[in-house]
Design a protein around this ligand. Structure first.
Ligand code: GLC
Length: 558
């Protein structure tokens, strides 16, 4: 518990405004050799670039990055810019802004986040009245895109403070760098104090670890910096330390034989037992992205230098591993189908001893000749062939996927629109698991029955990651199609958390209404399509030094 007192929450620092764009193109190999050379240079004004550089086709991200919004150019006003700027805004946009503002949580008068759902009709609140770190990300992006960075800055500082708490589950102490899954502001109207309670997994259903929170925090810090041009926040000793603490948790050496991050079930958006334990794609993609974001913000001082070196090495190993072993397309599937097993030594082709008999039937029909994706998980004798949307979209945004692989992921989405999008964007994963498998994998979880919730349910929040991936790959028409679907239902259904069914046609059985990230995700998607330069805050250019190891799929021809 944190007692209320009067010091100002917001760090008011006036400072230099420049961009991180140069850092995104940071040459990894060079850094490995001479870490001392790392420095942030001032960018030329984005006004020098013309809007025509954002023409249709493959959007050049470096131009987008330099067009980041001028700091302070937008005033804090209640009318959202997307409403004021466009001629015929969809009526949903104004309502979404209103709902988003209603979900704001305040600490001593300052906005510090948005609660997960503002659903008064629901009989069970559980923890949906809390500010979740992962749920706040689309809210934060919406506020940044609308020129309202203060709430984001307050959130980053508040969660940074919470990171400093001692965290325990029963008698076990958690790592110092762990960021909360969620927090709640308690207002005492009599004593006129605000108090915060936070959950690091010790109260969560199933006592699950929020591995994704720290990664989202770093990604958001970069988005804030990129969007405002204000370097002073990320450069504070507190933020530098916060980043280092998060990185210490995932860069430590141990028994690992893979550069991927080993996780328990329920460690991310899928926060229940769903067979995602091991090396889930969502975490690996966020890990990769957070490492790249941290690399662009860490100071090469005495404490930072060692981390920079470790990040660079890890990025090399991680991108090689992911691009080689997680990638699946027609050719790769055929190779696995013909794998020999029980191979020993360095010459093994089937390195993880995957049994061809363990390939599920559905994947043979599902896989188009053109297209591919990063599979759900890879570990000894275990490949989870399921397609997960968030991990694949973040792989595109972080450039974990090569340009060819990014195109292939989008090709697959187009080819398998019925299965992956259906009537409501976007499936959290495909396909669902049922019957005996559902019993074994979920532990008979009634919330995760087939085509529901985390088990093949459709989540409107995923629209923003899809839209960002579409813009980055120069295929905005795919996003438009998805937005049309959302606009035909979401508002009418009161912004549900998720939809059920093979087509995503039914409002989810236990879905909250007025789920904040469904609302914010829609706004972010709309604003990005309207002004694609926004994507710079959530996307990273390909690093030319991380050469693709295998090239398949997009170039696959008979
Ligand atoms: C559910 C989701 C989780 C989300 C939380 C709050 O538990 O699985 O990803 O953060 O609700 O919306």
């Amino acid at each position: 518990m944190e007692e209320g007192h009067k010091e100002p929450l917001v760090l008011r620092v006036e400072g230099s405004h420049c961009s991180l764009s140069e850092m995104d193109d940071f040459d990894l190999t060079r850094a490995l050799e001479k870490p001392r050379q790392l420095k942030i240079e001032r960018k030329r004004s984005f006004d020098e670039r013309s809007m025509s550089e954002l023409s249709t086709g493959y959007v050049r991200q470096d131009s987008i990055l330099e067009m980041a919004h001028s700091p302070g150019s937008r005033s804090m006003v209640d009318t959202p810019l997307s409403v004021r700027n466009s001629f015929e805004p969809h009526p949903m946009v104004a309502e979404a802004w209103e709902a988003l503002r209603r979900s704001m949580a305040f600490f001593r008068g300052q906005p510090v986040g948005t609660i997960a759902a503002y659903d008064h009709a629901s009989e069970e609140v559980l923890n949906y009245d809390q500010v979740f770190v992962r749920d706040f990300v689309p809210s934060a992006l919406a506020f940044l895109m609308n020129g309202e960075p203060d709430i984001v800055k307050n959130f980053l500082l508040k969660t940074l403070q919470l990171q400093g708490w001692e965290k325990r589950v029963d008698r076990f102490k958690l790592g110092e760098g762990v960021m909360p899954a969620s927090f709640k502001v308690l207002h005492d109207p009599v004593r006129k104090t605000d108090t915060i309670i936070a959950d690091f997994g010790e109260s969560a259903i199933g006592r699950v670890a929020p591995v994704d929170s720290g990664f989202w925090w770093i990604i958001l810090l970069r988005a804030y910096t990129k969007s405002t041009g204000d370097l002073t926040l990320s450069e504070t000793p507190e933020c530098q330390r916060g980043m280092r603490l998060i990185l210490s948790l995932c860069l430590s050496e141990g028994f690992d034989t893979f550069p991927t991050l080993l996780c328990a079930d329920g460690c991310s958006m899928v926060d229940r037992r769903m067979g995602v334990y091991g090396y889930p794609i969502e975490i690996q993609a966020l890990f990769f992205m957070a490492l790249r974001c941290a690399l662009s913000m860490l100071k090469p001082d005495e404490e930072g230098r060692d981390f920079i070196e470790r990040i660079v090495k890890r990025l090399h190993a991680l991108s090689f591993h992911m691009r080689s072993y997680f990638w699946l397309d027609f050719q790769q599937l055929n190779d696995i189908y013909r794998y020999k097993t029980e191979e020993y030594s360095h010459t093994a082709v089937n390195k993880f001893n995957v049994m061809p008999d363990s390939i599920p039937d559905w994947v043979f029909d599902f896989m188009p000749l053109r297209g591919g994706y990063f599979v759900g998980n890879v570990s000894p004798a275990r490949m989870d062939f399921r397609w997960f949307s968030l991990g694949n979209c973040v792989s595109i945004l972080s450039s974990l996927a090569t340009p060819d692989q990014s195109m292939a992921i989008m090709d697959l989405l187009e080819h398998r629109w019925e299965e992956l999008v259906g009537e409501m964007p976007l499936k959290i994963c495909y396909p669902c698991i049922e019957s005996h498998e559902w019993r074994i994998v979920t532990g008979c979880d009634p919330k995760n029955t087939r085509w529901s919730y985390h088990n093949g349910g459709s989540w409107p929040v995923l629209l923003w990651t899809l839209t960002a991936a579409c813009i980055k790959t120069g295929r905005p028409q795919i996003a438009r199609r998805a937005i049309d679907l959302i606009e035909s239902r979401l508002h009418r259904d009161c912004w549900p958390e998720y939809y059920d069914g093979k087509q995503g046609r039914y409002v989810g059985k236990q879905a909250r209404k007025y789920q904040t990230w469904s609302i914010a995700g829609y706004l972010v998607a709309k604003m990005m399509l309207e002004d694609p330069s926004h994507i710079g805050m959530i996307s990273l250019e390909e690093d030319k030094q991380m050469k693709p190891v295998i090239k398949r799929s997009a170039s696959w021809t008979c």
